[in-house]
Design a protein. Structure first.
Length: 299
């Protein structure tokens, strides 16, 4: 995974995509890769996970070998246009006109093309060895991945179609790019992840990586002694312990049933990340330790 140039993390909103991106970036940076964490038109969540306050869209240093940026069509427009047109004077004459900029904002797929083009440009310029993209949630994320193909099919010959080919050459390269799905072991996130997997597999020309099942409760794997539980239920101070055990056991059983459904519907390696309950440790640090340990076990 960390030998790629671009990792795109998507999935239903609220499943912890940003935390997973942050942990992936930290692991790669700790192993010496120059990493850029890229959010897409977001509320600047990633710096907060590192204890930093971002009052701008970056770039911002989050740690050794680790940078952050918030991608927006407006900031990507100049870089992308200059890449294609080559001449700054042409860019200023064409793209800085208000009417033209307004038109560009409503052209289907253009905003996504601009931001993806900016990412490819940064990789070509050597600004990062690896970009981890905290992509939009399922629907918008899929539209972003589909954008180059849509433009190649619909745009007339010219710079826009040429740029889409340029972007797709990276997105479609299995050695350089992977799209990963983040999910919780709950009904709606699992159903959405399965639909997302089939949509990307069947309709989008991008390679897929792994599925991150986030915030999993630890399965104790033992059945408590019935007589002990019955005894505890008769002790006023301990009855809550019995109730807590049964509620926890029911949640784990339900979680495992959703994991079974996920594995049956998503044909990707499943990376299981635990619920982090240690308030004294950074969420990113804890997830990074788990990811690094898994990667070490695989080797």
């Amino acid at each position: 995974m960390l030998s790629k140039r671009l990792l795109v993390i998507t999935g239903k909103g609220g499943v912890g995509k940003s935390a997973i991106c942050a942990a992936l970036g930290k692991v790669a940076a700790d192993h010496g890769r120059k990493v850029l964490l890229a959010e897409v038109r977001s509320m600047r969540r990633l710096p907060e996970l590192f204890g930093l306050d971002a009052n701008h869209d970056g770039p911002m240093k989050l740690g050794p070998n680790l940078m952050w940026i918030n991608l927006k069509p407006e900031s990507a427009l100049e870089v992308y246009a200059l890449k294609l047109l080559k001449l700054r004077t042409v860019y200023r004459a064409v793209f800085e006109q208000r009417t033209v900029r307004k038109f560009l904002r409503v052209v289907p797929s253009l905003a996504e093309i601009l931001m993806l083009g900016y990412v490819v440009h940064m990789l070509e310029q050597g600004e990062a060895d690896l970009i981890v993209m905290d992509a939009p949630s399922t629907g918008p994320g899929t539209l972003m991945l589909q954008a180059p193909g849509v433009v190649m099919e619909t745009a007339p010959p010219g710079p826009l179609r040429q740029g889409a080919h340029w972007i797709q050459s990276l997105l479609g390269d299995r050695e350089k790019c992977a799209v990963c799905i983040a999910v919780l072991a709950e009904e709606l996130p699992v159903s959405e992840a399965i639909e997302l997997f089939h949509t990307i597999r069947d309709e989008v020309s991008v390679p897929m990586g792994v599925c991150f099942a986030n915030r999993l409760l630890v399965d104790p794997g033992v059945v408590p002694d019935v007589d002990l539980l019955n005894y505890l239920s008769n002790v006023k101070q301990c009855s809550v312990l019995k109730d807590t055990w049964y509620r926890y056991d029911a949640k784990v059983s339900l979680q495992n049933s959703y994991l079974d459904k996920l594995e049956a519907g998503v044909n990707l390696p499943l990376v299981k990340l635990p619920e982090i309950m240690d308030d004294n440790e950074s969420l990113v640090d804890c997830l990074a330790v788990e990811l690094d340990k898994m990667m070490g076990d695989r080797h």
